[in-house]
Ligand binder design. Structure first.
Ligand SMILES: [Zn+2]
Length: 265
């Protein structure tokens, strides 16, 4: 259902900004040539860093390639997996790169390891969380490179983008795992949320994602929101908000999608 919305708006965008014949061409009126989204992997250099497993590298490489086929960017943007000296992920504006640090895998592996003993399950959760991280940082990149007129709490808006894009790309259940990950992180011993932080608390971020998922498919994500203790009125709001969120992001991103997306590929 959600995919159809994006496609419809993409079609509307085509009426306004006609594309040239080649499927991968930018809109004719875009002026400068479009940028490609590239992917670079650099293995960890420190013995103490385990970092990204090969499966996650392949997964993020595939998703990046798919995004590259779907998006029209004004400049080249790189996705780089590398050791950074910190457990982090961010968009570096100067270099136009989304950097995802090996140390973030290690940190999340340790976090899940405190409650999950099955290593295969930890690997699955890690992969799902890293898809969310890639799309969250892509949201920052798109906001800056496309000059998207986002208002309100920026990090919350970027989380919404990541959640919706995961849903339209077939990773809705991975988004549910990432939502639970925010919850789990907030329940770690010693976790404290600074109310001045630009990010909402882990509990708020996790529930916001769950709310969007529930809004798109109440039956499938009833258990997820129930785990988080949401009441009837709040859930009704989630159902009302979902199509509005989708419509807003459709309007923002429709003009920046390629023909290939409209064709459903
Ligand atoms: Zn962010």
């Amino acid at each position: 259902m959600q995919q159809r919305h994006w496609v419809v708006v993409g079609m509307l965008a085509l009426l306004v900004v006609p594309l040239s014949g080649a499927p991968a061409a930018p809109p004719a009126s875009a002026g400068p040539p479009s940028g490609r989204l590239s992917f670079t992997y650099q293995p960890p250099v420190s013995a103490r860093v385990t970092g990204a497993p090969a499966a996650d590298v392949a997964l993020l490489r595939d998703i990046t390639a798919r995004l590259d086929r779907e998006l029209v960017l004004p400049h080249p943007v790189g996705v780089v997996i590398r050791e950074c000296g910190e457990a982090n992920a961010f968009y570096n504006v100067g270099e136009r790169t989304i950097r995802i640090c090996h140390e973030l895998w290690d940190k999340r592996r340790r976090m899940w390891g405190t409650s999950v003993k099955d290593h295969a399950e930890i690997d699955r959760r890690l992969g799902d969380a890293m898809i969310f991280t890639l799309l969250h940082e892509l949201g920052h990149a798109l906001r800056l490179e496309l000059e998207l007129p986002l208002i309100g709490r920026m990090e919350d808006a970027i989380d919404d983008f990541a959640t919706l894009w995961m849903m339209r790309s077939g990773y809705a259940d991975a988004a549910a795992v990432a939502a639970r990950g925010h919850y789990a992180r907030a329940q770690q011993p010693g976790y404290r949320h600074d109310h001045r932080d630009e990010h909402s608390s882990g509990l708020q971020r996790g529930f916001a994602m769950a709310c969007t998922l529930y809004g798109s498919n109440p039956a499938r994500y009833q258990a997820l929101v129930a785990e988080m203790g949401a009441g009837k009125d709040r859930l009704a709001q989630c159902r009302r908000d979902y199509p509005r969120q989708l419509k807003a992001w459709d309007r923002l991103l429709g003009p920046h999608l390629r023909r290939a997306t409209v064709a459903g590929t």
